[in-house]
Design a binder for this molecule. Structure first.
Ligand code: DGJ
Length: 712
């Protein structure tokens, strides 16, 4: 709009699906803006008025006029914050793109905007989609022209409404992933960046923006996550006039003279608290998994993974003994971890040489696999395809296949293969295919144990292509994403795998917190969780078997200890909880998951609730008591996701895990395992008070609606 002009040429579009409306507007044929993403708006809503109301007021000391934040903000629009696209002209100087909308294509609930630069230095496509889970996705593709080059390209700048004042995201580390951090918006940028060439333990690529009063179960929030497994950057910014944006894109310092595509950024909005966002992101992950798991006879079989039992000490006889014991305990899939391939006796050697170690397995893997299958278990195997040890036949034959600069440091004694070379991808495909074709293997644990030096987006794209090629060739083989635990967890990798190894920590106390936090984004069943050795190998803690088993049973359950170390009592407990997991996993992993607002920092409470046919509703509540509470009385919390008018029969499933000394004088019916009947309304109002529990206890409460005519 020119100074003094009173009417604005304006085009508006709206997408409606799943109780959400997204409105976009282009002022004067400029780059469209996201005007509204949230609750469904009435059909008669005046979209151009809504769009005009996003125009900020002008005042002294500013450019005039001020424009609304566009999906690809630039200085020429008057935007003083971080631009959405960095362009270098043919002269190598920074150039300001001057974008104009040349075409908008609307189809079902998707939009494609085509933009060109008035000086023809770049063209841009913005692809937008609103899906039936209420997720809005944005993706940008830019093509440089006439010698210009592209640096930063965000997937689409998202306005963060004023009322969403807080930012919640996650830091973390190896064995301590998903550490929650919170801050308020203030003038300036909050930048989160992974320069690791992978997602990173400390860098889940997502952030949530919350209203001051938003909790797990109520209030408004916006969740944004980049579906990308390489280096990534988030810029959340408040500019001095008070407006805010968030941009996500690939962290890449290079400038490119060819087409550049951003990964997709996914947005969810909720007025029902943070759980509302999680429901949309869980659905995204579940859809990815469902498309791969298809008609699996046993969904999410209980894993046994041998890593912390034997590390590199592979002997067929010992592995068979372990497998037999694991099967007795309830394992349904045996995963042979690192150590099975040629010369791999420690982590200094052999990555890249993916043939079976004849010294350890003189008759190959077949006898072990036959044994595992005779026990009724499936068989899975570990690979770390992207990596190579210098002490390997592969590195000796192809020193030029290494990724990154010469002289770079090793990480865990290993280097990275340059997957952008087709011969490297072909080699890996052939090596993995040979193992899969010759053996009854239905599962790969795909590991990635080092930070990249100078990792490029091409490496990530090449990984995706390799995974897709393997999936096409072996559609019945599932793949788990592991990267020293949770170093590669994001919706890019989840589109190509079915499970993530959340952390190398099998410490149930650490896991309780991590799993709870990870559930903001990742559906419970996609998170692998194992019962580890009695003395935890990464923390030295010794925790009760009941607690370790229940923490694993909240997610995709597995075992990773040497099962021969279990006492009889421990074995009985583990069998009991495993049997419960098997009987309930179909329910757990199709139910809606809710984190509960606990006012006790030592309690992590969450529940799974589902509405069945004919009012036949169920829930399972996990009350995880981490440490000793600050107060004597347990703090009741409100349950979520129930029908107010329904009556539920409720009982504590594991009263045997209560401390008798603390509760012997208490008249709580739960202490005695009795069933009580309460309405959904009462439960959601905070009526449930559980008995006191010792630290490192999981209380499990089951609820079931009362069928008409059934009396207690
Ligand atoms: C790191 C993984 O996170 C572990 O679970 C295990 O697979 C080791 N690598 C094997 O080297």
């Amino acid at each position: 709009m020119k100074k003094g002009q009173t009417s604005i040429a304006l085009s508006c579009w709206r997408l409606d699906k799943a109780g959400r409306t997204a409105v976009f507007a282009s002022f004067e044929s400029g780059t469209p803006c996201l005007v509204h993403f949230g609750a469904t708006l009435p059909a008669q809503e005046d979209l151009s008025l809504l769009a005009r109301l996003t125009l900020p007021n002008t005042a002294g000391g500013q450019l005039d006029p001020l424009t609304s934040l566009s999906l690809m903000p630039t200085a020429i629009e008057g935007w003083q914050g971080h631009p959405g696209l960095n362009l270098l002209g043919a002269d190598g100087q920074s150039a300001t793109p001057d974008l104009t909308l040349s075409e908008a294509v609307e189809k079902d609930a998707s939009l494609t905007f085509m933009l060109s630069d008035r000086l023809d230095r770049v063209s841009l496509t913005l692809a937008i989609d609103l899906n039936d889970a209420g997720l809005l996705s944005l993706k940008a593709t830019a093509t440089p022209h006439a010698g210009s080059r592209i640096g930063w390209l965000c997937a689409g700048a998202v306005p963060v409404p004023d009322r969403l004042t807080r930012i919640l995201d996650h830091g973390g580390r190896w064995t301590g992933e998903f550490q929650k951090q919170e801050r308020g918006f203030a003038t300036g940028q909050y930048v989160r960046e992974s320069r690791e060439g992978r997602t990173g333990h400390a860098h889940f690529p997502g952030a949530t923006f919350l209203a001051t009063d938003c909790s797990e179960t109520s209030g408004e929030c916006l969740g944004v996550s980049l579906a990308w497994s390489g280096g990534h950057r988030m810029i959340a910014e408040e500019i001095p006039d008070g407006r805010r944006q968030v941009q996500f894109g690939v962290a890449d310092d290079s400038v490119r003279d060819q087409l550049v595509s951003s990964p997709t950024v996914c947005l969810a909005w909720s007025n029902d608290g943070l759980n509302g966002l999680s429901a949309a992101f869980h659905e995204l992950g579940r859809r990815f998994s469902r498309s791969k798991l298809k008609d699996r006879a046993v969904p999410r079989p209980v894993h046994y993974n041998c890593w912390e039992a034997i590390y590199f000490r592979h002997s067929p006889e010992e592995l068979k003994q372990i497998a037999s014991r694991a099967a007795e305990l309830g394992a349904e899939r045996f995963v042979l971890d690192d150590g099975w391939f040629k010369g791999r006796n420690d982590d200094t050697t052999s990555l890249g040489d993916w043939s079976i170690d004849n010294n350890k397995f003189p008759d190959g893997l077949a006898p072990l696999i036959d044994h595992v299958q005779s026990l009724g278990m499936l068989f899975g195997i570990w690979f770390e395809p992207e990596m190579v040890n210098l002490d390997s036949d592969l590195a000796r034959a192809h020193p030029d296949w290494l990724q990154g600069p010469d002289g770079q440091p090793a990480g865990r004694q290993q280097h990275v293969l340059d997957l952008s070379k087709s011969e490297v991808r072909n080699y890996l495909f052939d090596q993995i295919s040979a193992i899969l074709s010759d053996h009854a293997i239905d599962y790969i644990k795909w590991d990635h144990n080092r930070i990249l030096t100078g990792g490029t987006p091409g490496q990530t794209v090449a990984l995706y292509r390799l995974l897709e090629r393997l999936e096409a060739a072996f559609p019945d083989v599932e793949i788990e994403s592991c990267s020293s635990g949770g170093g590669r967890i994001d919706f890019g990798i989840l589109n190509r795998t079915t499970r993530v190894w959340l952390s190398d920590s099998n410490d149930a106390l650490e896991r309780l917190r991590m799993q709870h936090e990870a559930s903001r984004w990742i559906a419970p069943e996609i998170q692998g969780s194992h019962v580890g050795p009695r003395t935890c190998h990464t923390s030295g803690r010794v925790l009760p078997m009941a607690f370790r088993a229940w923490v694993a049973a909240q997610r995709h359950m597995g075992f990773e200890m040497d099962p021969r170390e279990l006492t009889d009592d421990e074995a009985v407990t583990l069998k009991r909880v495993t049997a419960w997991f098997k009987g309930n996993r179909d329910f757990l992993f199709s139910a809606r998951h809710h984190r509960l607002d606990s006012r006790d920092g030592e309690v992590h409470a969450e529940m799974f609730a589902s509405a069945g046919d004919d009012g036949d509703d169920r829930f399972v509540l996990f009350h995880g008591q981490a440490g000793a509470s600050g107060q004597i009385a347990t703090r009741p919390y409100r349950l979520a996701g129930l029908r107010s008018e329904a009556l539920y029969d409720i009982r504590l499933l594991n009263p045997q895990d209560l401390p008798r000394t603390l509760n012997q004088t208490v008249s709580s019916p739960f202490s005695k395992g009795e069933s009580v009947r309460l309405s959904g309304a009462a439960l959601m109002a905070g009526a449930l008070r559980l008995p006191n529990a010792f630290p490192a206890t999981m209380l499990v409460v089951e609820g079931q609606t009362v069928r008409p005519g059934v009396q207690t």
